[in-house]
Design a protein. Structure first.
Length: 312
């Protein structure tokens, strides 16, 4: 995990300490990043927030990136009457050196979405405690949840939510050891193509059941409306890839991301031959090797010797 450098099409600017308002850039020209805490700066989070809100023209702010110590949803909702131009929020722009992704606490995202009906993009890092009891949001166009363990109930709620403007959805489902465990059945409304008619990019990533997801995607009604699909970061093996090759055509896609996989060389060649001539950009980088010690015990304990890209 690294700090984002660009967000919502804007360069990220970390709020500089003690800078006069006259020396700050135009409020709408950057994504403002706030961070605080003992590992970041000597400044308290409340002081940093107060300094930002008193020196930057909040009505012009388009994007906020909240880092370590600053991703307090209530601070945003309390200022919704002034943050009238806010289009994008990144909660938890925290590097691994600051906190492991599995230890980043989250909460109910409903108040944030309710307070900002004009929000177009929401990115969240961390899934511990995350909830998404939202029946719908008319304006949201992009939603990304980066997690080592996305709570299944949250994933189920996202799958069922009415998000008519949503064009990009990326879910890092994660491992059940870290709070994950989402099943294919819980994603059924999403895979059926319901409630998200504008969806063009779907990422079901970082999952220990990547083969099951690939098999479900192979016949999912949502696929024909997509222009790009990602099953990256997980435990995809030849079994899941075989299901994709024998499922519905994927030649309409512009991009298929299968990076961080456990495919054989033969299977990678088959995928490339099936899709590259049709103009599909196929990402097969990051071939992983199984843990042979665990693989030998597969019949005994069910271990596959395969690992997702991001867990703890």
């Amino acid at each position: 995990m690294q700090h984002v450098q660009n967000f919502h099409g804007l360069p990220v600017l970390t709020v500089p300490p003690y800078t006069p308002a006259t020396l700050l850039p135009d409020a709408a020209s950057v994504a403002w990043r706030l961070q605080a805490g003992p590992y970041i700066t000597d400044e308290d989070a409340e002081v940093c927030w107060e300094r930002f809100t008193s020196t930057v023209e909040l009505e012009e702010v388009r994007a906020l990136v909240l880092g370590y110590g600053m991703d307090n949803v209530s601070w945003l909702t309390d200022l919704s009457s002034r943050l009238t131009g806010l289009e994008a929020v990144f909660l938890g722009d925290i590097e691994y050196e600051e906190a492991m992704i599995s230890s980043i606490d989250r909460s109910d995202l409903a108040p944030l979405l309710e307070a900002f009906p004009g929000l177009r993009e929401l990115a969240v890092r961390g899934g511990d405690g995350l909830a998404f009891p939202v029946t719908g949001h008319a304006g949201l166009r992009a939603l990304r949840i980066e997690s080592g363990g996305l709570p299944p109930k949250a994933a189920e709620s996202i799958a069922a939510a009415d998000l008519p403007a949503l064009e990009r959805l990326e879910l890092w489902l994660g491992d059940d050891w870290y709070g994950g465990g989402t099943t294919v059945g819980q994603l059924a409304p999403l895979l059926a193509g319901a409630r998200k008619p504008a969806l063009r990019h779907l990422g079901l990533q970082n999952s220990p059941i990547q083969d099951e997801l690939a098999a479900a995607v192979a016949s999912a009604a949502v696929v024909p409306q997509l222009t790009s699909l990602s099953l990256a970061m997980g435990t995809l093996s030849d079994e899941g890839a075989e299901a994709l090759l024998h499922g519905q055509p994927l030649t309409h896609l512009k991009e298929l991301d299968l990076s961080h996989h456990y495919l054989s060389d033969e299977m990678m060649l088959r995928i490339w031959r099936a899709l590259e001539p049709a103009g599909v950009r196929v990402n097969l980088r990051g071939k992983q090797e199984r843990d042979e010690e665990e693989w030998e015990d597969d019949d005994e304990d069910g271990a596959s010797g395969r690992y997702i890209a991001v867990a703890e």
